[in-house]
Design a protein around this ligand. Structure first.
Ligand code: SF4
Length: 595
């Protein structure tokens, strides 16, 4: 029945296995063959999808799966104490299920709630601002009524969003800038776009100098032009709402506060490139937004803003569907995201060809971030000159920042590009700041010497994450946690990323323990650069940044930890242990070690 609902379409395999998991709590191995035959694919394909995504499992789990957010912000805000309280109350450890089969306890990397940490998910329900004393009541309620939605009332976290969202989260908009979070003329941009030719729309986006807001900064107008010009009968508009970078939560806010603007921008893009189908790739951790988004899309269909002959424009047909992710950070990378939308593992693929030429279903595809679509709609309404007059010469417009960590006012800040980091910290009420991670774990860890730099593509580039760490924090503990994140999230395809990140983490740990030498710092630098330049996709190409940026900006911290024995040699080096470790990491048997 589930497979039929998706037209037995192999490209909807993700939806099929997700729905099986939602209905019976797991995807039993016995069902792999049946799903495969219904979807006209191979059993191994079903198995590879279920094993790839952390939210899917072939093992039976409890009626409720608690996923405690385990990013560094949550840890510093007390997640470990919450974990201890959950272990005590449930009588199980992480990765286990209670004997009555009611509750499974897990950790997860980041659930997009860093402004309300510590936080956790109970199935699709989010509970924020946790405290150890709240845990007994929460567990009691889940045991009596394994219906996580009821926690909304119980935990009293408040919900300012549309009742359909039922997310219990506050959106914490602290600074509303002129482009996205100010008042706007609903669908004004779309109406204006439809008075122009698609080529003129693309020209406007190019003139505005809009660059991708996900972090890479590619020119949006050029991307749309290349997609329009690429040969192919079908073209696609994809919205990257995967937002998996720890510390980022601005897309969550846009998807609750500015859904119409997101859909309007996607519709403008569809008109410009000639697409009839759009997909919002929504991260699994935001599944509580799905019904809300679908309701909004229905409203737009009724209003003639989605569907056939949009706003009376004969022949302009465009509609959007939601593709749910299932807990894989790498799917934020556009080729992985496309693989996932096609129902397979979220493996990155080689570029070339680029998605603008051969993307979703081997067709020309424009993949843009949620925020980019919002900007595009506003540019069409207010004009490209208005947009490019905001910001700096090479970074036009504003940037939405998700500020979290050690500050008085964590939340969303829309600031013109070029705003100095020091000003952002002042707005957020951050004092005695030792380090700011700009751009999440894949970004840069900077110290006070860099606080005068501006938020921009040319100075401090970020997809939105700004994590603040006071001088009470151990900076290398932060870097270590980020490396742990990358080790967990590497898809394992290429050696530099799969093995290099483990080696980086291990060597960093040695230095942190005071067992390192100056040679270890050179090793970290050289290995980090190698991983960066030899990895296949954006994950591996940015994963050494926590090590490389701390080596650059916090060298005295490292120097204080390493001992120079005068020979450049590390007396604590154990060659047999090193061979054993390397063999284990590479998954190979060492003949030397086993001789
Ligand atoms: Fe996979 Fe990492 Fe290689 Fe990307 S760089 S393909 S995430 S192993």
């Amino acid at each position: 029945e589930i497979c039929k609902k998706y037209g037995n379409d192999r490209a909807r395999l993700m939806d099929m296995v997700r729905e099986v998991q939602e209905s019976i709590g797991h995807v039993p191995r016995e069902a792999f063959g049946l799903i495969a035959s219904e979807a006209k694919t191979h059993r191994v394909e079903v198995e590879s999808v279920v094993s790839f995504y952390s939210f899917l499992s072939d093992k039976k789990k409890g009626e409720v799966v608690i996923r405690l957010c385990d990013d560094i912000i949550d840890r510093f805000q007390g997640a470990d104490a919450i974990g201890d309280a959950l272990i005590k109350e449930l009588g199980i450890g992480f990765g286990e299920t209670t004997a009555d089969g009611t509750i499974t306890l897990e950790k997860t990397a980041c659930i997009g709630m860093s402004d309300q940490a510590p936080a956790m998910m109970a199935n699709d329900t989010v509970v924020t601002n946790l405290a150890p004393e709240k845990i007994p009541g929460l567990v009691k309620q889940l045991r009596e009524n394994p219906e996580p939605q009821a926690l909304v009332t119980e935990m009293g976290d408040g919900n300012n969003a549309d009742p359909l969202v039922q997310s219990m989260v506050c959106n914490n908009i602290c600074e509303a800038g002129p482009v996205i979070l100010s008042d706007y003329r609903k669908d004004g941009g779309l109406r204006k776009a439809l008075t122009q030719t698609p080529e003129e729309v693309i020209e406007d986006i190019k003139t505005s100098q809009l660059r991708g807001r996900g972090g890479a900064g590619f020119l949006t107008g050029l991307k749309w032009e290349l997609t329009r010009q690429a040969p192919g009968p079908d073209k696609f508009v994809l919205c990257n709402a995967d937002e998996g970078e720890p510390g980022t939560f601005k897309d969550r806010v846009l998807l609750t506060e500015r859904v119409d603007l997101v859909l309007e921008g996607m519709t403008v893009a569809a008109y410009a490139i000639g697409a009839e189908t759009g997909i919002i790739y929504l991260r699994g951790e935001y599944s509580y937004l799905r019904a809300f988004l679908e309701d909004k899309m229905n409203q737009r269909r009724v209003a003639g803003l989605l569907g056939n002959n949009i706003l009376g424009n004969e022949g302009f047909n465009f509609d959007v569907r939601i593709q749910m992710g299932a807990g894989a950070y790498v799917c934020g990378e556009e080729t992985s995201l496309i693989s996932s939308c096609e129902g397979t593992r979220g493996d990155p693929t080689d570029r070339t060809p680029f998605p603008v030429v051969k993307g979703y279903m081997v067709s020309p595809t424009a993949v843009n971030n949620v925020e980019s679509y919002c900007c595009a709609a506003r540019i069409m309404d207010k004009g490209p000159g208005w947009f490019s007059s905001i910001g700096t010469e090479r970074s036009a417009g504003t940037k939405l920042l998700s500020v979290c960590g050690d500050c008085a006012r964590p939340g969303i800040y829309e600031v013109p590009f070029g705003t100095k980091l020091r000003e952002v910290l002042r707005l957020a009420g951050a004092e005695d700041v030792a380090c700011v991670c700009v751009g999440g774990p894949s970004g840069q860890m900077v110290g006070p010497a860099q606080f005068e730099l501006g938020i921009s593509y040319e100075e401090l580039s970020t997809g939105g994450s700004v994590m603040v760490f006071s001088n009470q924090r151990d900076i290398l503990e932060v870097a270590d946690a980020f490396m742990e994140f990358f080790v967990d999230e590497s898809c394992g395809y290429c050696v530099p990323c799969r093995v290099g990140n483990v080696l980086l983490k291990n060597r960093l740990e040695r230095v942190r323990k005071g067992e390192g030498s100056p040679a270890d710092l050179d090793y970290l630098q050289r290995l980090g650069e190698s991983v960066k330049f030899t990895s296949r996709c954006g994950l591996g190409q940015t994963s050494p940044n926590p090590v490389l940026s701390t080596l650059k900006n916090f060298r005295p911290v490292y120097n204080a930890l390493v001992k120079d024995n005068g020979h450049g040699l590390n007396k604590s080096f154990n060659i047999m242990k090193a061979v054993e470790d390397a063999s284990a990491i590479a998954g190979r048997r060492s003949e030397i070690f086993h001789a």
